[in-house]
Ligand binder design. Sequence first.
Ligand code: MN
Length: 313
Amino acid sequence: MSTVEANVEVSGDPVPEGNDLEITEARAARVGDITVRRMLPLRLRRSVGAWCFIDHYGPMDVDGITGMKVPPHPHIGLQTVTWLLAGNVLHRDSLGSEQLIRPGELNLMTSGRGIAHAEESPARHDPTLHGVQLWVALPDASRQVDPAFEHHGELPGTSLGGFAITVLTGELGGVASPATAFSPIVGAELSAPGRPANCLLPLRPDYEHVVFVVTGQASANGIRLEPGHLLYSPTGRHEIAIAAPAGSTLILLGGEPLGERLLMWWNFVARTPEEIEAAAAAWRAGEFGPVGGYQGDPLPAPPLDVARLKRPS
Ligand code: MN
């Protein structure tokens, strides 16, 4: 392994960064009143394994203000993965689920053929909000499954080289998450709580992976990472050297390359413009069902330009 820190070149498209690793920089996006670091999808990389969307937000001060307020909106063709580093968020969906989530807990919503949900800071909420919102594309064979919602209040963990590792989904270091997965994927949090940590993290060579920092900083094979940097490792790699100072936290995501071309529009993951058009029409017609308990109007779908969706990109 190299311990020499490389100069990090960043751009919207993948930049080779020594070995076979590539690094990209997040773009700022708005979700309601919140600015997020959007790291995936990239123009030249729509998914990593089945992971097709990575937003990192905060830490931000939400003391005495509304905080997160994402009105009811629909999803098709994906799972949403909610993971908090600080604060609390209330989830409600069209199945009737109502679940407060806190750090260390996992909310996993499988849209299957269709679900609607809302996410907001509860009326009395913690002063800080910090988390990630991830989407996992459902493989073609599972896209029409029934919608479902899971909350995992405790997840299995292990430790390696001073890192406390929590396995969100899939399996890492012999530890398996109970979260439902529809394709071979892994998701894990690595944190260096009280002192610096340094490990050779084992990777499955049949998976591609990304690593990003959510708190503090880290290095991966000598490449310096700060929040907003996304490090990509293609298949074929058996391990990666991760080091981080005390107080830092990273996320590892990976999976077997999906091998399916995704068409993403608004909150839908599909394969054809016609499916997108049908889902948008179903949302306008109220066919996803109500999200009970939410005070306020649902999100309208943005204008849909089908001709643009049909153009190859
Ligand atoms: Mn959503």
